[in-house]
Design a protein around this ligand. Structure first.
Ligand code: SAH
Length: 217
């Protein structure tokens, strides 16, 4: 590698490389586009100072009762979503904006809703500062989805509902996929909902996860 390229590589890229190898590839994530996005997204830029090591194998608190998910869980959900370059996707639970930043590299546009106005504002500012130009952040209640922008080819929930809101199933395009942690309290199952070309729903389960519960306004 040229010296100029070494200088251009940020100091955290070695940590990210190790994160991808030891936490993500080692657990079976194979989609090269997903691995590439995990390698290139500066996770440390989405974490408040003092929250802990950005590239560790665990979630981190980001304030307002929100957490940024464990890197593996971000990668797993992104892989299950099967994002494609032409897709417009809806995320419920912007939090830090990290998951939105990861998936934005794989789709055409990300619409993301956050119920805590302070988090929505800081995620919006941070994403703009870092140069992510295909993400729209809205402060609001994700239970209603984003009807003005529907339908979405993909929907990703990063706060857990007890049951998937009917409005979100309705806003999923035919042929679409929705990924969500579903269940009570802090222990849920990761659910994939597939909507067929003629609008039928198939649901499958992909293991246990722990997300913050979705809250009501
Ligand atoms: N995807 C985020 C992690 C989100 S943590 C990241 O990468 O950082 C879950 C987030 O969902 C929290 O920020 C929480 O405030 C938000 N949330 C909870 N209930 C919600 C609701 N009804 N609508 C929208 N966002 C909600």
């Amino acid at each position: 590698m040229l010296l100029s390229q070494v200088a251009a590589t940020d100091a955290f890229s070695a940590l990210r490389e190790r994160m991808v190898r030891e936490q993500i590839e080692a657990r079976g994530i194979r989609n090269p586009a997903v691995l590439g996005a995990m390698r290139s997204t500066p996770r440390h830029e989405f974490i408040p100072k003092g929250a802990g090591p950005a590239y560790g194998d665990h979630p981190l608190r980001i304030g307002f009762d929100a957490t940024i998910s464990q890197p593996y869980v971000v990668a797993l959900m992104t892989e299950l979503l099967k994002p494609e370059k032409t897709h417009r996707i809806l995320e419920v639970g912007t939090g830090s904006g990290y998951q939105a930043a990861v998936v934005s590299q794989l789709v055409s546009w990300v619409y993301t809703i956050e119920i805590v106005p302070e988090l929505a504002r800081s995620a919006r500012e941070n994403l703009a500062r870092l140069g992510y130009a295909n993400i729209t952040v809205r402060a609001g209640d994700g239970f209603a989805g984003w009807p003005e922008r529907a339908p979405f080819e993909r929907i990703l929930m990063t706060a857990a509902p007890v049951e998937i809101p009917a409005a979100l199933i309705a806003q999923l395009a035919n042929g679409g996929r929705l990924v969500a942690p579903v269940g009570p309290s802090r222990f849920q199952e990761l659910v994939l909902v597939e909507k067929s070309a003629d609008g039928r729903i198939r649901r499958s389960s992909h293991g246990g996860v722990s997300f913050v519960p979705m809250r009501r306004k």
